[in-house]
Design a protein around this ligand. Structure first.
Ligand SMILES: NC(=O)c1ccc[n+]([C@@H]2O[C@H](COP(=O)([O-])OP(=O)(O)OC[C@H]3O[C@@H](n4cnc5c(N)ncnc54)[C@H](O)[C@@H]3O)[C@@H](O)[C@H]2O)c1
Length: 240
């Protein structure tokens, strides 16, 4: 039977306790992957995966995460840089704290996640990295100058790293979800949600599982072996 060949591969997912990250962890478990994930609170813990409390903005903590995962599960083959936050506001009202929190988490957090593992992937000659960016990073969005800047930067990071990493057999791609039904959408008012849905050709928000399948495809050493430096859009044709 055909398989994504992720059985027994070790994959680290940041922010895997809820939303899109939780759907990715759940699907990877079903595919037989050895999954580790980071979380910031004890709520919504998932069984059957190695859960490690860690904040992606803490460089030393993320170094310790990589060490712990390799000790307990084996060499890390895949990383899903999923943890992210939004602090939306119109630009004139955006505080320095809101700016810094989003850039620190969504961009520096990915640097902190990848840095302890990428050199090891190079040595081993294999690996697949998937960064969760956003439709906002590609086309911008009202009230999201900080968030869109962080997500656009992430696309630049993953495309550049893809060029560098190719010679070591390591692939780096991004997934850009459109509007997906998770806690992140809870801050959006009902009226704004209606307007957004009316702009989506599929006339509905996406589901976390629909993002998870795109991630699994890009992690797979067989399904996406010649794909690197790309951005896969999961957005119901909201942005093409
Ligand atoms: N929901 C959407 O519509 C949507 C659209 C495009 C992109 N995204 C992106 O998808 C990713 C997941 O978002 P979601 O919708 O599941 O949101 P969510 O708020 O449900 O989950 C975010 C996850 O990131 C973790 N996280 C946040 N800050 C962290 C930190 N400093 N250290 C460690 N973990 C941290 C949270 O604990 C949580 O597990 C994010 O990067 C988000 O920007 C979401």
């Amino acid at each position: 039977m055909a398989s994504l060949q992720l059985e027994d591969k070790v994959v680290l997912v940041t922010g895997g306790n809820r939303g899109i990250g939780a759907a990715i962890v759940a699907l990877l478990k079903e595919l037989g992957t050895k999954v580790a994930y980071t979380h910031r609170s004890d709520s919504d813990r998932q069984h059957g995966a190695l859960a490690i409390p860690a904040d992606v903005t803490d460089k030393a903590a993320m170094e310790a995460v990589a060490e712990q995962v390799e000790q307990k599960l084996g060499p890390i083959y895949g990383i899903v840089a999923n943890a992210g936050i939004n602090r939306d506001n119109f630009f004139p009202k955006l505080t320095p704290a809101d700016w810094d929190a989003v850039i620190d988490t969504n961009l520096k957090g990915v640097y902190n996640t990848l840095m302890p593992v990428i050199p090891k992937m190079y040595e081993r000659g294999e690996g697949s990295v998937v960064c969760i960016t956003s439709i906002s990073g590609e086309r911008g969005n009202i009230g999201q100058t900080n968030y869109a800047a962080s997500k656009a930067a992430l696309i630049g990071l993953s495309k550049s790293l893809a060029f560098e990493a190719a010679r070591y057999g390591v692939r780096v791609n991004s997934v850009a979800p459109g509007f997906i039904e998770t806690d992140m959408l809870k801050s959006v008012s009902g009226k704004v949600k209606e307007r957004i849905v009316s702009e989506i050709p599929f006339r509905r928000f996406g589901k976390p599982e629909e993002v998870a399948w795109a991630v699994a495809f890009l992690l797979s050493p067989i399904a996406s072996s010649y794909i690197t430096g790309t951005v896969v859009r999961v957005n119901g044709a909201h942005h093409t």
